[in-house]
Design a protein around this ligand. Structure first.
Ligand code: KG4
Ligand code: ZN
Length: 341
């Protein structure tokens, strides 16, 4: 049966609405995926300000949903269900999305489906490539870092994750320490291209411990120390900055690659269909190459970047998968700041 779902996402600093249709062949087609970013609103604050984010979501969700319907050339009457991120995330933004979705569901008499944002990321490879269960997923973004064995659309086994910062957060903090712009991933990667990754000896956190847990806050502190040691007359020479970026990026890539090797070994007996990466950090070329090397015989899959970062198409798709399993929510759907998979 064909199913057309409107997805709503507002858990961090992107307001997004999308229309996804699942055809009779079971495959998903993205009819629209509109993202209103808020980077400009938070630029002066050195991070996302929850109150500003929540207000912007509340102000923009209706325009965003209108744009998604119009681009998909679908009217509200043509929507079968409304899927919305119900957590985890910044609670004001999640509430804005859930309230908006409830209003739409009530007005259109369509079912409401609450989606876990992390499940949205984790199920994206099924939307883009139709992969089968089980598969291994590394989610590496500004807010999350975990290895998941995706066993079913509502069954995820967490193999490990960060015990402090997420890797994107580390890229952002390192960029700040070195006077580069935000978000920090792209400028650090750019500087690293001109740098020597062997110049600074930075730690490979938690490699001495068994398992797949990760830690990035010590690495950031090591970058701070290395920076202070490389100052010349109180300023950091451009070459030292580039070398530090290259050394930091190498440390992150090697650490994530080694932990990925362990995660793959842990699930090898289950013959995972692929090793998928998602999250903004998966845009990093050196990291992708390092992960591709350890994946070995397991096909590595990196969905297009627009579907790796926060977007509502993944929420609409996760809603479709939940629908297929018989999950529906009512007007008592709550917004959850924390919601482990
Ligand atoms: O998934 P995402 O768009 O948002 C969430 O955190 O949910 O990820 C954003 C993060 C930021 O921390 C950004 O610095 C990082 O992804 N990032 C990168 C690159 N592009 C974005 N990190 C490393 N290399 C990149 N090329
Ligand atoms: Zn996310």
């Amino acid at each position: 049966m064909t199913l057309t779902v409107l997805g709503i996402e507002s858990s961090c600093d992107d307001t997004s609405a999308a229309v996804v249709r699942r055809g009779s062949d079971g495959r998903g087609a993205i009819l629209s995926n509109v993202v209103f970013g808020q980077a400009d609103l938070h630029a002066g604050f050195g991070g996302v300000v929850p109150e500003i984010a929540a207000r912007a979501h509340a102000e923009r969700l209706d325009h965003c949903a209108e744009a998604a319907l119009s681009r998909a050339d679908v009217t509200l009457g043509g929507i079968d269900a409304i899927a919305v991120t119900a957590g985890p995330g910044l609670i004001g933004g999640v509430m804005a999305g859930v309230m908006f979705a409830k209003g739409l569901a009530a007005a259109t008499l369509r079912p409401l489906i609450g989606v876990n944002h992390l499940a949205g990321h984790a199920l994206t490879p099924r939307l883009t490539d139709g992969v089968g269960f089980p598969y291994l997923m590394l989610l590496a973004s500004g807010g999350h870092c975990q290895f998941l064995l995706v066993e079913a659309a509502d069954r995820f086994r967490r193999l490990g994750g960060t015990i402090d910062d997420a890797p994107g957060e580390a890229f952002d903090k390192v960029a700040k320490l070195l006077g580069l712009g935000q978000p920090g991933g792209p400028p650090v990667e750019e500087a690293a291209r001109r740098g020597d990754p062997a110049r600074f000896a930075l730690p490979r956190p938690l490699l001495d411990r068994p398992g797949c847990d990760l830690s990035f806050s010590g690495l950031k502190t090591a970058v701070l120390r290395a920076r202070d040691g490389a100052l010349v007359d109180g300023a950091l020479p451009a070459q030292a900055r580039d070398d530090l970026c290259a050394s930091f990026q190498r440390a992150v890539s090697e650490t994530l690659a080694e932990k990925s090797r362990r995660a793959l070994a842990e699930v090898a007996h289950l013959s995972p269909s692929c090793f998928a990466v998602a999250g903004g950090v998966a845009a990093n070329t050196e990291l992708r190459e390092a992960l591709g090397d350890v994946a070995g015989a397991v096909p590595m899959l990196a969905p297009p970047l627009a579907l790796c970062t926060d977007n509502a198409a993944m929420i609409a798709w996760a809603g479709i998968e939940r629908w297929d399993l018989g999950h529906r929510d009512g007007m008592d759907l709550g917004a959850r700041p924390r919601w482990p998979l």
